[in-house]
Design a protein around this ligand. Structure first.
Ligand code: PNS
Length: 161
């Protein structure tokens, strides 16, 4: 039986931190579905299609990894694809409260699905999509924080503005 895990997020855009966690997910699962949220809290910088395309490019050809959009409740998506595990990264104490709340609510909605928190690589702990967007917006170098395709997409996005 394939051990499936879902790694959900906004991925606006995908960073080296996300990539690190996706690969760590493969330590305990055979297949990781990177679930890209269609509806995100604030107006995203990248459209859903752009976010999906960037994740697809970044993951490259690896049969163990897959990208899918999702809307509505995450646990419903996980149920639909038969994933018993949701993977989330925990970077700082400030992440904890929101992540804990979300994990408990997800468990209430779907008791059969477990949330697994993973710790990112030390040098990527400070990284977030919002910081990357902020740095790129003002022309700062993000080359070592994101895949080259993402770096290019950020430059193109802000050149247009
Ligand atoms: O990258 P993000 O923005 O931290 O990802 C958050 C995301 C998209 C995983 C989360 O907001 C989510 O699961 N949204 C779907 C709606 C849902 O199921 N919410 C959790 C119920 S508490």
């Amino acid at each position: 039986m394939t051990k499936l895990a879902v790694y959900p997020g906004s991925f606006d855009p995908i960073t080296r931190g996300h990539e690190d966690l996706i690969r760590r997910g493969l330590v305990f699962s055979d297949h990781v579905v990177v679930a890209v949220a269609t509806q995100v809290a604030k107006q995203p910088l990248f459209t859903l299609e752009e976010r999906l395309a960037l994740v697809t490019t970044v993951l490259g050809r690896d049969a163990r990894l897959e990208v899918q959009p999702f809307d509505g409740l995450l646990v419903e998506f996980a149920r639909r694809i038969g994933a018993p595990v949701i993977v989330r990264g925990l970077r700082y104490v400030s992440d904890f409260e929101y992540e804990y709340q979300m994990a408990l609510m997800n468990r209430k909605l779907a008791p059969e699905i477990e949330t697994l928190f993973l710790v990112p690589s030390f040098d990527l702990t400070y990284l977030s999509s919002s910081l990357v967007r902020e740095v790129a917006r003002f022309g700062g170098a993000v080359g070592d924080l994101v895949h080259p395709a993402v770096s290019k997409a950020l430059a193109a996005k802000f050149a247009k503005r």
